[in-house]
Design a protein around this ligand. Sequence first.
Ligand SMILES: [Zn+2]
Length: 79
Amino acid sequence: MGLMRMNCPYCGIEMKKGMITGDRRGKVRWENDGEKLNPIEKIFTEKGCIEAYYGFDKFYIAGYYCDNCKKIIIDAKLK
Ligand SMILES: [Zn+2]
């Protein structure tokens, strides 16, 4: 998770480094509009999964937050 400084592409101020985190019951996925995964795909594939670090009880996805624009930027690395 070697992140560097990042300036917001919208407003230009320096973004806050941090993490999206939650419990580890499910994978974190990206789904394109109109391309919902079926339940089988959700259980047996990693399609659309965002690369996350899984700790003992949580997952972590490193990223940046702009307090001004309320936007988060993550390095998604979709599978
Ligand atoms: Zn901004």
